[in-house]
Design a binder for this molecule. Structure first.
Ligand SMILES: Cc1cc2nc3c(=O)[nH]c(=O)nc-3n(C[C@H](O)[C@H](O)[C@H](O)COP(=O)(O)OP(=O)(O)OC[C@H]3O[C@@H](n4cnc5c(N)ncnc54)[C@H](O)[C@@H]3O)c2cc1C
Length: 488
């Protein structure tokens, strides 16, 4: 049945509808977590979430739905600059189709579509196509505002220390102020690069920072006007950076691609269905490894729109089967030798993504040696020791880091990992749009359970002293014996 087209009603109307939705869902439920004070009298948060990108925002909403209300949500970026969307992302539109419900947590009026239709109407929606990148950021800013999420910007988590109440987090505020924040639980929702390092070809390492940048760097593209640029890789970020360089006036862009062929099939997209989301964490580690390693070996193709954008230009060249073997300075330029031949360029942009490396997260520095990774679990399975999946941390069903040596770092159970590095344990529920609500829901339930179990004695006492009588004592005239006695 064709739906009647709906005019734009404006955000005020949508926000009224959301307020009603949330009221019908009895949101927010009342807090139930034991209020705690540190030994020195500081208040202790139930949870601190570090990272207010899409994952942190969705989790904050999910925690409120669980009645875990005394949580903080911190981000080192200034407001509106969280995540990649308005910083180093250089695609024109998202890869994801626009109908995905993303962070909506099952509330229809919180979807991107509801937001878009409220602003532009349903006719505009039917012809929208992919979501413009900065419009997605606008939507996330609205999501945070309409739900009054407790984001604190310009705050960096620098260090984590075990404490009697759970953890102390050393936070550095923009004005230099240092705060020691007490919390029961800490969630690291620090994004794709939060516990990772940019992959940089060996030969280019000595030159990074001069005229060689990673795609996640703040690149001044205007400097590339009239220049020859090499871009390493053929995935999304390589093509988007190559196109941005050309659009900024680069003379020639050459894509240097290690592989002999361009991938066409996005395998993880085929694994985006409820069975995979729910079942993946239940598989044995060897089978999880098999799935992810296979998908990675097939590589993720660049989005069609990015390929069309780049190859609509004439001054772009594609070298397949051309890994960089060596690089040397030639005055201001760089001579690159590849297995397909030599090339001299003014600048190089590396678009080869990130590799998980827990040592890259400064806040984990003093804990990394205690954190169990898949290297500890799968070392007997004849997997090449350089395989990147081995660096992923082993997480509990509720996303907690695990101790490498049992008993040495029991406080690790208070640190929850809600970023891409959770993928080997939990699948793709901690970053990308399709299953972010599933991930936030799983983690919020996990936290609710863990907080309850840790306080089992407190909740036992509370159960014993619970005394909210439902019968007042006048319902059965002949009854005189009541438990507890009427009047108590
Ligand atoms: C260029 C690009 C395009 C993408 N396009 C898509 C797409 O089309 N579809 C899709 O499904 N996925 C896409 N993704 C993947 C994924 O959706 C995004 O990476 C998304 O931003 C993940 O959200 P997040 O909240 O996990 O991380 P982020 O959005 O990166 O947020 C993490 C936040 O943590 C903060 N932070 C980190 N460390 C600290 C610290 N120590 N103290 C305080 N704050 C800290 C950062 O400032 C950041 O704001 C894309 C990713 C990239 C990089």
């Amino acid at each position: 049945m064709a739906l009647k087209s709906k005019p734009a009603v404006g955000l005020d109307r949508l926000e009224e509808a959301i307020a009603r939705d949330l009221e019908l869902l009895c949101y927010p439920p009342k807090s139930w977590v034991r209020e705690a004070l540190a030994i020195d009298g500081r208040p202790v948060s139930d949870v601190i979430i570090v990272g207010a990108g899409m994952a942190g925002l969705t989790l904050s909403f999910a925690l409120r739905r669980q009645g875990i209300n005394r949580h903080r949500l911190l981000d080192r970026s200034t407001a509106g600059r969280e995540g990649p969307w308005a910083t180093y992302a250089r695609m024109l539109t998202l890869r994801s189709p626009n109908h995905l419900t993303g962070p909506a947590m099952g509330v229809p009026n919180l979807t991107f579509r509801a937001w878009y239709e409220a602003l532009y109407g349903s006719t505009a929606w039917s012809s929208l196509g992919r979501i413009p990148r900065l419009m997605w950021m606008e939507y996330l800013i609205w999501y945070r505002r309409v739900l009054s999420l407790p984001v604190e910007n310009d705050v960096t988590l620098e260090e984590i220390k075990p404490a009697a109440h759970g953890l102390d987090c050393v936070l550095i505020h923009k004005d230099g102020h240092r705060e020691i924040a007490a919390t029961r639980k800490l969630v690291l929702a620090t994004g794709r690069e939060g516990q990772a390092r940019p992959r940089v070809p060996e030969a280019l390492k000595p030159f990074v920072g001069e005229a060689v940048w990673h795609a996640s760097d703040d690149i001044s593209f205007e400097r590339l006007k009239g220049k020859d640029v090499a871009v390493v890789g053929v995935a999304a970020s390589a093509l988007d950076n190559a196109a941005t360089a050309i659009e900024a006036g680069a003379r020639q862009v050459t894509l240097l691609v290690r592989a002999d062929a361009i991938p066409r099939v996005n395998k993880p997209k085929g694994a985006s269905f409820p069975g995979f989301v729910e079942g993946f964490p239940k598989l044995p580690p060897t089978l999880r490894f098999k799935f992810l390693d296979y998908m990675a070996s097939k590589r993720i193709p660049p989005p069609r729109d990015s390929a069309l954008r780049l190859f609509s230009h004439e001054n772009v060249d594609l070298w397949l089967g051309a890994p960089i073997q060596s690089a040397e300075k030639d005055g201001e330029r760089l001579n690159l030798a590849t297995s397909k031949g030599k090339i001299t360029v003014d600048a190089v942009i590396i678009g080869t993504g990130f590799a998980i490396d827990l040592t890259a997260a400064p806040e984990l520095e003093s804990h990394v040696s205690q954190i169990m990774t898949y290297n500890d679990v799968l070392s007997d399975h004849e997997i090449d020791e350089t395989n990147e999946w081995l660096a992923f941390p082993v997480l509990s069903p509720s996303f907690q880091f695990q101790q490498k040596d049992k008993g040495n770092a029991p406080y690790l159970r208070h640190i929850y990992c809600f970023s891409y590095s959770a993928a080997m344990s939990h699948g793709n529920v901690t970053g990308d749009i399709p299953a972010i609500s599933d991930g936030a829901d799983r983690l919020s339930r996990g936290l609710a359970g863990d907080l309850f179990v840790e306080d089992a004695e407190f909740h036992w006492q509370a159960t014993c002293s619970y005394n909210d009588a439902e019968l007042v004592g006048d319902e059965i005239p002949e009854a005189t014996d009541w438990d507890p006695p009427v009047g108590n």
